[in-house]
Design a protein around this ligand. Structure first.
Ligand SMILES: O=P(O)(O)OC[C@H]1O[C@@H](O)[C@H](O)[C@@H](O)[C@@H]1O
Length: 286
């Protein structure tokens, strides 16, 4: 078994391992599939997603950079930054699939794709690591200029679940959060016990550690662990907002939840000249 280059629906790399599957697009350095052999897909992908240069992908692990949503002041576009809309440069690949089932793909965000709202001298690398046990994504941002700059970032991970109304999340008990679903201005809250889902959910938690998603319908639990992250965002649009999105099937909201490894708002990263920040997320089936 070896990896293959694919172009349909977008250019990237795919590999199959038994009934398992790995997939990443150069567009957005976007991991879109991780299915260990014998498992249901771990990452969720909408059947309505666009797969086109310049469009966001509704599923997998979009990389949000250099701002989250419309930015800290709410006046930046495109939503969630430009990194998920650009084609990244594939800079390295290590295939040891036959030996240990591992595939590493490294990308660099082309600095020439600078943006009027982020005119800084930087490099951004993304490193995707697929293994039979876990899938990992990392991003390293370095300030190569003479002035400090600040950025937001997130791995906007869409997870496949049996029924969002039956899942629970452990690990956020006692964490404060900003509730973006409550309307403007966002309300503050503190998590009491497990996270459960009974309606639209859009929360930015203060949270640096790992968490566990329990899925009684698919009969599995998975851990999301991370480094370099001060926030976890939990999102499900529920029925009405899903129906309002062109790239989201009307009934698909029951089968997904986003758990995002993030640094946003007060936890945005400030880099001095020469400094590097690493954000990393690993998803492991327990
Ligand atoms: O539709 P987009 O741009 O991919 O964003 C999806 C969601 O992303 C989440 O991270 C935000 O908290 C939500 O508010 C937003 O709706």
């Amino acid at each position: 078994m070896a990896h293959e280059e694919t172009t349909n629906p977008l250019r990237g790399i795919e590999a199959r391992r038994g009934a398992g599957h790995y997939g990443i697009f150069d567009h957005g350095a976007h991991i879109w599939s991780w299915t260990p052999d014998g498992q249901q897909p771990v990452l969720w992908m909408s059947k309505k997603s666009a797969f086109a240069e310049g469009s966001p992908i509704r599923g997998g692990i979009p990389i949000v950079f250099p701002w989250f949503a419309m930015g800290p002041s709410g006046d930046l576009s495109p939503q969630h930054g430009f990194a998920r809309l650009d084609t990244w440069h594939r800079s390295d690949l290590k295939d040891t699939l036959d030996a240990d089932g591992r595939l590493l793909v490294e990308y660099e965000l082309d600095y020439a794709m600078d943006h009027q709202h982020f005119p800084h001298n930087y490099t951004a690398y993304a490193l995707a690591k697929f293994t039979p046990e876990y899938v990992q994504i990392g991003m390293q941002v370095t300030n190569n200029g003479d002035e400090p700059f600040t950025f937001e970032s997130a791995f906007h991970t869409y997870l496949n679940v049996g029924d969002v109304r039956q899942i629970t999340i452990d690990g956020l008990d006692g964490c404060s959060y900003l509730d973006r679903a409550a309307g403007a201005p966002a309300a503050d809250g503190v998590q009491a016990g497990q996270v459960t889902f009974t309606g639209e959910t859009d929360r930015i938690y203060k949270h640096k550690d790992s968490l566990v998603l329990n899925d009684p319908v698919l009969g599995r639990s998975l851990e999301v662990s991370k480094i370099g992250s001060g926030n976890t965002v939990v999102w499900n649009p529920w029925a009405d907002k899903a129906a309002a999105m062109a790239d989201f099937g009307d009934d698909e909201w029951t089968s997904m939840v986003c758990i995002e490894t993030a640094n946003v708002l007060d936890d945005a990263i400030r880099l001095l000249p020469g400094q590097t920040h690493t954000l990393r997320q690993r998803i492991t089936l327990l």
